[in-house]
Ligand binder design. Structure first.
Ligand SMILES: [Zn+2]
Length: 389
């Protein structure tokens, strides 16, 4: 941290020096321009002696020595930039090897993950080259769904929702099976809503109303409040500044719908919307400073960081890295699984099923909760389920 602050201070110095250098150099250049302009004026006067004018100009310039001034200024700036470079090296370049564990990675799977990441991000040219160089066999099958996804995404960015609506219709059954009817309905309506607003902005109220009549019918029950707001927009086409519905015109709605489409599409492909590779790298980068510190501390106490099975510290990465609720049994310290689900005791304490069965010794007789004096029997404990976040 200390090194980082030193680097920041050096960066401030560079910015200051750069401003000073720019203004001093501009002054010097202006002086130079004035002298040359003056000499040109003298030369264009009738009967001017060329050599006299040049000699006078040379005399004036050598007195001020503009070029040397500029060079000196720039030298000072370069000195500051050099110092910043060294401070940045000190602050950021760290030997991370101490925090790395010797993990045997399956290179085939790793290649596949990288290829899938490139295709998912829409980097098809890089993806194709990578696939070829890594010799991945099922590349075409890997690429195909993402080609289709990005074709639709490109159209969404170009303000054309037709392909997205078509996709939603074609995949309605699968989407309903995985997300439920209400969610699919809401997604379709969001597409129609945006198409209506685009129509209103590009073709006017009459066309927009026509679009609404043709497409809003199936949503009038579930989305009536939103449809009413959309109709309200029709009154403010000429006065967008006074519109209480200005939020419906925000350009971010387009990026939101693009993200939502990617999420739905990746969901059907059985993939996370965020690239797993990107998430792993981001999480690893966040955890690295703690791991490095831990490795140094453990080395100081003659403990081996590389072979310890469990990290002696909690790594808090923030909410964006929490994808599922997890429950660790306070007795066995193991994470719950579908077969070993969390069980709620009547007193409110929660243990995993296996721990509970051990405590109850497989009988139906009452046993004492390990965390409070209350008694429970296997029959009055309930399995509980944590919803995904
Ligand atoms: Zn209890």
């Amino acid at each position: 941290m200390e090194n980082f602050e030193v680097a920041l201070k050096e960066a401030e110095k560079v910015a200051k020096r750069q401003r000073a250098c720019a203004s001093k150099s501009a002054d010097s250049l202006n002086k130079l321009i004035l002298e040359v302009t003056e000499a040109r004026k003298q030369l264009s006067a009738p009967g001017a002696g060329v050599s006299d004018v040049f000699n006078a100009l040379e005399g004036r310039l050598s007195k001020g020595d503009v070029v040397k001034d500029i060079a000196d200024n720039t030298k000072e700036l370069h000195g500051a930039v050099n110092k910043l470079g060294k401070a940045v090296d000190k602050a950021f370049v760290q030997d991370i090897c101490a925090a790395l564990r010797p993990v045997q990675l399956d290179e085939g799977i790793l290649d596949q993950v990288i290829a899938e990441h490139l295709y998912q991000q829409g980097n098809f040219t890089v993806g194709d080259t990578f696939v070829q160089e890594a010799g991945i066999g099922n590349a075409a099958a890997l690429k195909k769904p993402y080609t289709a996804m990005h074709a639709v995404l490109e159209q969404i960015i170009a303000r054309n929702l037709e392909p997205a609506l078509r996709w939603a219709k074609e995949h309605q059954a699968q989407l309903t099976a995985s997300n439920g009817e209400a969610a699919v309905h809401a997604f379709e309506f969001r597409l129609h809503q945006l198409q209506f607003l685009h129509c209103l902005q590009s073709s006017g109220p009459a066309k927009a109303l026509e679009y609404a009549r043709a497409n809003f019918g199936p949503y009038q029950e579930s989305e009536m409040a939103e449809i009413q707001r959309l109709m309200g927009c029709l009154c403010f086409v000429r006065r967008p500044g006074a519109s209480p519905y200005a939020d419906l015109m925000a350009p971010s709605l387009w990026s939101d719908v693009a993200r939502e489409f990617s999420r739905q599409c990746c969901g059907l492909l059985g993939q996370a919307c965020e690239s797993p590779l990107l998430v792993a790298v981001a999480a690893g980068s966040l955890a690295l400073p703690t791991l490095l510190k831990l490795a140094t501390l453990m080395a100081g106490q003659n403990q081996d960081f590389l072979t310890c099975n469990q990290l002696p510290v909690e790594l808090e990465l923030g909410r964006q890295f929490v994808f599922h609720s997890v429950f660790a049994c306070p007795v066995s310290r193991e994470q719950s699984t579908p077969d070993n689900s969390p069980m709620l005791l009547p007193c409110g304490h929660v243990l995993c099923k296996v721990s509970l069965q051990k405590i109850a010794k497989g009988t139906v007789r009452p046993f004492k909760c390990p965390y409070c004096p209350a008694e429970a029997t296997l029959n009055n404990c309930r399995a509980i389920f944590f919803p995904d976040i």
